[in-house]
Design a protein around this ligand. Structure first.
Ligand code: UD1
Length: 338
């Protein structure tokens, strides 16, 4: 396996995965419509790796344009990251979310069939477990109704891919369920670059740290957790990226359809993360306790034994590493990637 089509390859996790692929000798081909990513990310990938990967500015819901990419390249595997991903926005734009996320996945599998591409990695999410009955979550736990349309698109695409696999068992498909990706590339050149006010915790904390935002709101301190704040499985994005390379190696062994949790296996509370950030970066993060955020679960973390057993992969960076890298990125890019 050599040529890997990476949809959404200029995004937060996609760009980091492109770097991990280049480091391991793969040849990524990036397709991204720049809806939620900047072209400058391509320059930064080149600065870090000294390679400028092939890039197509294409929206993968456009089947005709995407087909050209399959015609022009001998693709061995697809890693499908492209998709809308803002939980809150998905609640008031359900049509856009279902149309975009489902269409792009369908275009990809349709073209894979037409061009005989047998290997696919899909960016799924811990959100498919809905409100967990118990933690840590294992891959065999039930997939239930998600709490928002974004999450529901992940549930639906997983279901579609299972049916696609049933119809053609010669395919190899990996559903990777990410927990909470944080951190940035250690160079400070790549990281999470949300539009407007961040929804996710660490980008918000980083913007408080540089004085762009005044004060963090901690959503709820009355959960049944050690300090009352929510527990999540925060994983460094570089670890997550390496998880994709390990999964590609697995796909080379023709495993059929496989599912892996990609997390650290450890739960961290919101306040623990805030304090870890303060300690790692020698800054103070002012915060207030605010009401619980609708749709949040109390505790969510992974059991990642299966990924270790079958992929030989596990997270190696600490929360402190992720906090340091996120802050470094934020300081180097106070107004995002330009
Ligand atoms: C959400 C999505 C998940 C997605 C992930 C990363 C759902 C239910 N969750 O996870 O699918 O993969 O984002 O994009 O679909 N918090 C605060 N103050 C803030 C922001 C967050 O206290 O300003 C708290 C939250 O209440 C939560 C924790 O921090 O307890 C993490 O929140 P967040 O970073 O938004 O991720 P999730 O909601 O866990």
């Amino acid at each position: 396996m050599k040529n890997i089509l990476v949809t959404g390859g200029l995004g937060f996790i996609g760009s980091e995965t492109v770097i991990a692929l280049l480091e391991k000798g793969y040849q990524p081909i990036i397709v991204d419509d720049l809806y939620n990513a900047k072209l400058a990310v391509l320059d930064r990938i080149e600065t870090i790796t000294h390679v400028r990967p092939k890039f197509y500015e294409v929206d993968v819901t456009d089947q005709a344009k995407t087909e050209k990419i399959f015609q022009e390249n001998q693709i061995d595997a697809v890693i499908h990251f492209a998709g809308y991903k803002a939980v809150g926005e998905s609640v008031y734009k359900p049509i856009e979310y279902y149309r975009n996320n489902l269409d792009s996945a369908l275009v990809i599998v349709d073209l894979m069939r037409k061009y005989g591409v047998k290997n696919l990695i899909f960016s799924s999410s811990a959100t498919v477990y809905g409100v967990p009955e118990r933690v840590p979550l294992v891959e065999t736990d039930p997939v239930s109704e998600a709490t928002n349309p974004y999450g529901e698109t992940k549930v639906m695409i997983e279901r579609i891919l299972k049916d696609v696999y049933k119809a053609d068992p010669t395919l190899n498909i990996a559903l990777l369920r990410y927990f909470n990706p944080i951190g940035a590339h250690p160079s400070g050149l790549l990281g999470e670059d949300p539009n407007g006010i961040p929804n996710n915790l660490l980008p918000y904390v980083s913007q408080v740290a540089i004085g762009k935002l005044k004060c963090l709101k901690v959503f709820g301190n009355d959960y049944p957790t050690p300090d009352g704040t929510g527990v999540r499985d925060f994983i460094h994005v570089v670890d997550l990226a390496e998880g994709h390379v390990a999964t590609l190696k697995k796909l080379e062994q023709n495993p059929g359809l496989v599912i892996y949790n990609l997390g650290t296996g450890k739960g961290t509370t919101v306040l623990e993360l805030v304090h870890a950030f303060e300690e790692a970066n020698h800054v103070k993060i002012p915060y207030v306790i605010a009401p619980r955020r609708e749709g949040d679960v109390a505790v969510n973390y992974a059991n990642c034994d299966k990924a270790y057993r079958e992929l030989g992969w596990k997270a190696r960076f600490t929360i402190a590493d992720a906090c340091r890298d996120a802050y470094h990125f934020q300081k180097m890019n106070p107004n995002g990637i330009q």
